[in-house]
Design a binder for this molecule. Sequence first.
Ligand code: NAI
Ligand SMILES: Nc1nc(O)c(N)c(N[C@@H]2O[C@H](COP(=O)(O)O)[C@@H](O)[C@H]2O)n1
Length: 261
Amino acid sequence: MASRDALEFPESDRGFLEPQLPPQDGSTPRPDMPFTTLTFATSLDSSLAISPGTRTVLSGPQSKAMTHYLRSRHDGILIGVGTALADDPGLNCRLTGVGGYGKEGLEGQPRPIVIDPSARWDFSDDSKLFQLCRQGRGLAPWIVTSLPEPPAQKKEKLEQYGGRFLQLKMVTLDDGQHRIDCVMIEGGAQVINSLLEPQSMSLIDRVIVTIAPTWLGQGGVVVSPPRRFDGEGNAISAARLKNVRWYPFGEDVVLCGQVRI
Ligand SMILES: NC(=O)C1=CN([C@@H]2O[C@H](COP(=O)(O)OP(=O)(O)OC[C@H]3O[C@@H](n4cnc5c(N)ncnc54)[C@H](O)[C@@H]3O)[C@@H](O)[C@H]2O)C=CC1
Ligand SMILES: Nc1nc(O)c(N)c(N[C@@H]2O[C@H](COP(=O)(O)O)[C@@H](O)[C@H]2O)n1
């Protein structure tokens, strides 16, 4: 039986997204690299959240359901530790019909991946992610850290739930059993801004942004990559999309495109 908090994303709304999604045969555009989707919800003034350290609802019900459909079509969801600390997120897929939401097992549930170079995230059994694991509604996270020896207690807790620490830059396991072919990067701002820098933007295969009809005002957590300059020192745009498509979803609009390299 589907649970009360399950979301619906109608079949009729799925077609437009298909050309933007990772191929279902597991093929990837670059060898040994996952298909990468950068996706987030923003205000009209480019804020992800109303102030640092807070969680802000921007997506309406339809675009939220779209995000959960995207989650069902990716193997992993990546966030920075700032987002883990601010949001205590679930990072599972709550669409009717995926594992834990009307279906046995965890099929369709993405692997949460948290970039936490110095193991700052002080997770516990009460963290939303681990509650969902206990309820059979989500996978335990992989935490990417640069520490050679992550704190023993955190490691034990994480492994108790089936999660693990990965050394920085390791997103594919040696045994190949937990290969990630496609990853959905949700944020936050530091992660997105760094990916939109010239040296990283070629790693992004698709950008899917939900734009909510609101201005959050000054002091928000802003997506705005570092300034770029041409050879004569004139400011130029930091990044631009090509092959752009727009789709209205309730009061929100969803923008899909590819970064112009
Ligand atoms: N509206 C939306 O769709 C979303 C909103 N958010 C919001 O964003 C805010 C969090 O954003 P931020 O504070 O910017 O934190 P963040 O989630 O970007 O995490 C920042 C941390 O991640 C690590 N990190 C980031 N980029 C890295 C890189 N290139 N290499 C290695 N490590 C890196 C660093 O440890 C850094 O301190 C929260 O308020 C959250 O609610 C987060 C995700 C989506
Ligand atoms: N698509 C979208 N719309 C919003 O309005 C948001 N605030 C976010 N935030 C992202 O979703 C994570 C929360 O996920 P759960 O609902 O807890 O599963 C949050 O951490 C951000 O990554 N996204």
